[in-house]
Design a protein around this ligand. Structure first.
Ligand code: ATP
Ligand code: MG
Length: 344
C-alpha cells in the first residue's frame, strides 16, 4: 500500500514551552513545511491526563499556538488547531483502546515516570495516552511524525496499533475496497543534535514543562537576563571541553550544552567541538548565552505580540479545526464501515 505523505505532530498545553520542545520538535515542524502537508495540533486532551486548572488551560493552549506561529509555522498553508475541537480524535482513540493490548501499554515508560509511586491514583487517561496519540496521527493517516526522543516508544506503539488494526480487520478492509491495509505505519522523525535536551540542573533528566524547577529549563518566554542567568548557573563539570565528540561520553551536562549549541547554530556537535575544544565552560557558556538570546529573543517578542490578540489565535484554531475535521471525518466513516458500526 502507498499512502499520501503527510506530517502530524502535537504539543501539550501543559505549561512553559522550553528549548527542548523547540529544538526537539518545533524547529522540525517548521522545516518539514517545505516538503510535506503538515498538521500541527495543540493536544489539550492529552494535557488533562494530569490535572489542569480550567482557568489556565485556555491561556496555555493559545500560548502554544502563538509559539507555533512565532517559530515560523504557516497556519494558512498548513493546519494548526487544538485537539478537542475535532472529536474524531477521541472517537478513533476508543477503537484503538480496543485494538491495543494491556501488555503493550504496561511497557510504556512515560506512564511509569508520570504516574510515579502512586500508580493506583493515576488517571485512566494517563495510562491510555498512547492510544489517543495513535489516533491523533492515524485519524489523518499521517505517514511522518517529528518528535523528540522521549516519544519514540509511543510512536512504536502507534505503528503496532496500525498494524494490528490492519491485520485484525484485513478481510473487512478488503471487502470495503481499501486494499491491503487501511492505516499507514507512521514513521518517527527523530534527528539532529538535540533530540533529547536535558535539564540544566540534572543531565540525567530530560528538560520538561512539568519539572518543578524553573531553573531546569529555558522557556521560550524567558527574557535575555533569565536566559543568561540559567545558562551561567547550568550544572557542568570542572574540565575543559573536549575536542572530539567521544570526549563527551559520560559527561552528561557537557554533552547537553554542546548539543544545545549545535542545534541552535544548525551545526554538528563535532563541528562545535572543533571550535571550542580546550575552552573552559565560562567561555563556552558566554557564547551559548549570546546564541540562545539571539535565537529565542525574536520568538519571545513575536509570541508576546500574538498572545495579546486572542481573537486572531482563536480564529486560527477554529479554521484549522474545520479543515482538520474534514479530513478526520472521512477516516472515521471508513473506520466505522470497517469495524461494522451502523451509521447514518
Ligand atoms: P510534559 O512534561 O507536560 O510532558 P513536555 O516538555 O514533555 O511536557 P510535550 O508537549 O509532552 O512536552 O512534548 C512536545 C514535543 O516536544 C514532543 O515531540 C516531545 O518529544 C518534545 N520534547 C519534549 N521534551 C523534550 C526534550 N527535553 N528534548 C527534546 N524534545 C522534547
Ligand atoms: Mg511530554
Amino acid at each position: 500500500m502507498t499512502f499520501r505523505e503527510r506530517v502530524f505532530s502535537g504539543v501539550q498545553p501543559t505549561g512553559n514551552l522550553h528549548l527542548g520542545n523547540y529544538l526537539g520538535a518545533i524547529v522540525k515542524f517548521v522545516s518539514l513545511q517545505q516538503k510535506y502537508d503538515c498538521i500541527y495540533c495543540v493536544v489539550d486532551m492529552h494535557a488533562i491526563t494530569v490535572w489542569q486548572d480550567p482557568a489556565e488551560l485556555p491561556r496555555a493552549t493559545r500560548e502554544v499556538t502563538a509559539a507555533f506561529i512565532a517559530c515560523g509555522i504557516d497556519p494558512k498553508e498548513h493546519i494548526v488547531f487544538n485537539q478537542s475541537q475535532v472529536p474524531e480524535h477521541a472517537e478513533l482513540a476508543w477503537v484503538f483502546n480496543c485494538v491495543a493490548r494491556l501488555g503493550w501499554l504496561n511497557r510504556m515508560t512515560q506512564f511509569k515516570e508520570k504516574a510515579g509511586k502512586d500508580r493506583e491514583n493515576a488517571s485512566v487517561g494517563l495510562y491510555a495516552y498512547p492510544a489517543l496519540m495513535a489516533a491523533d496521527i492515524l485519524v489523518y493517516r499521517a505517514t511522518h511524525v517529528p518528535v523528540g526522543e522521549d516519544q519514540k516508544q509511543h510512536l512504536e506503539l502507534s505503528r503496532d496499533i496500525a498494524q494490528k488494526f490492519n491485520n485484525d480487520f484485513a478481510a473487512s478492509i478488503r471487502a470495503k475496497g481499501y486494499g491491503e491495509g487501511f492505516f499507514p505505519l507512521p514513521e518517527p522523525l527523530i534527528q539532529g543534535p538535540a533530540t533529547r535536551v536535558m535539564s540544566l540542573r540534572d543531565g540525567s533528566k530530560k528538560m520538561s514543562k512539568s519539572d518543578a524547577s524553573d531553573q531546569s529549563r529555558i522557556n521560550l518566554t524567558d527574557d535575555a537576563d533569565a536566559i543568561a542567568h540559567k545558562i551561567r548557573r547550568a550544572k557542568t563539570d570542572p574540565d575543559a571541553l573536549p575536542s572530539e565528540e567521544k570526549g563527551l561520553e559520560l559527561r552528561l551536562e557537557a554533552d547537553n550544552l554542546v548539543g544545545i549549541y549545535a542545534a541552535l547554530a544548525e551545526r554538528t556537535k563535532a563541528d562545535v567541538l572543533r571550535e571550542y575544544g580546550g575552552a573552559q565552560f565560562s567561555t563556552f557558556k558566554a557564547a551559548l548565552v549570546e546564541l540562545a538570546v539571539a535565537k529565542v529573543g525574536p520568538i519571545n517578542a513575536e509570541m508576546k505580540r500574538l498572545v495579546a490578540d486572542p481573537v486572531y489565535i482563536d480564529s486560527v484554531l477554529g479554521e484549522g479545526a474545520a479543515r482538520a475535521q474534514a479530513l478526520a471525518a472521512e477516516t472515521m466513516k471508513a473506520v466505522k464501515d470497517i469495524v461494522g458500526f451502523v451509521r447514518r
